[in-house]
Design a protein. Structure first.
Length: 160
């Protein structure tokens, strides 16, 4: 009986640690490290800011990118956190001049999903004014984190 109780307690502790870690990790924006794209014909000696993966309006079904930044949200029809993410991203884009929000149906854009290595929805990218991916978050982001990521991208472009 005591061995079974010990296994139960250890299992519960492991599940709690995983849940806490997942909650901390979900929705956190991570800067995208510049890497050469597989289809990029430019040599590796090109300046790092030019090596960020980019998205164009053609990738996003001819939706124009934001002047200063673009929030790109990959979602699916069955994704419950995508509804809340949609609301947060649209509020942030409306509050900051020059920022556009674009939602992309992941199921309709499987080539792009593979290219960007999207493993789950919601996945959010913050693009700079030139369409370079600067930040990425998987899971439902918090409004403050979205605002901070957008401000960081806009500030970086204003300094450049």
């Amino acid at each position: 009986m005591s061995l079974g109780l010990g296994i139960l307690i250890a299992s519960a502790a492991l599940v709690a640690m995983i849940a806490v870690g997942k909650r901390w990790y979900d929705g956190r924006f991570r800067p995208q490290v510049p890497t050469p794209q597989a289809d990029d014909a430019e040599p590796a000696s090109v300046a790092p800011e030019r090596q960020h993966p980019t998205l164009t309006s053609a990738d996003l079904d001819a939706v124009a990118l934001g002047e200063r930044a673009t929030l790109v949200h990959f979602s699916t029809a069955f994704c419950a956190p995508c509804r809340a993410t949609r609301q947060v991203l649209s509020q942030v884009s409306e509050a900051v001049d020059g920022v556009r929000y674009v939602e992309v149906d992941a199921e309709s854009h499987l080539d792009l999903v593979r290219k960007l290595r999207i493993r789950r929805t919601p996945t959010v990218f913050v693009l700079d004014g030139d369409g370079r991916i600067r930040n990425r978050a998987s899971g439902q982001p918090r409004r403050d984190d979205v605002q901070a990521a957008v401000v960081a991208v806009i500030s970086r472009d204003d300094v450049s």
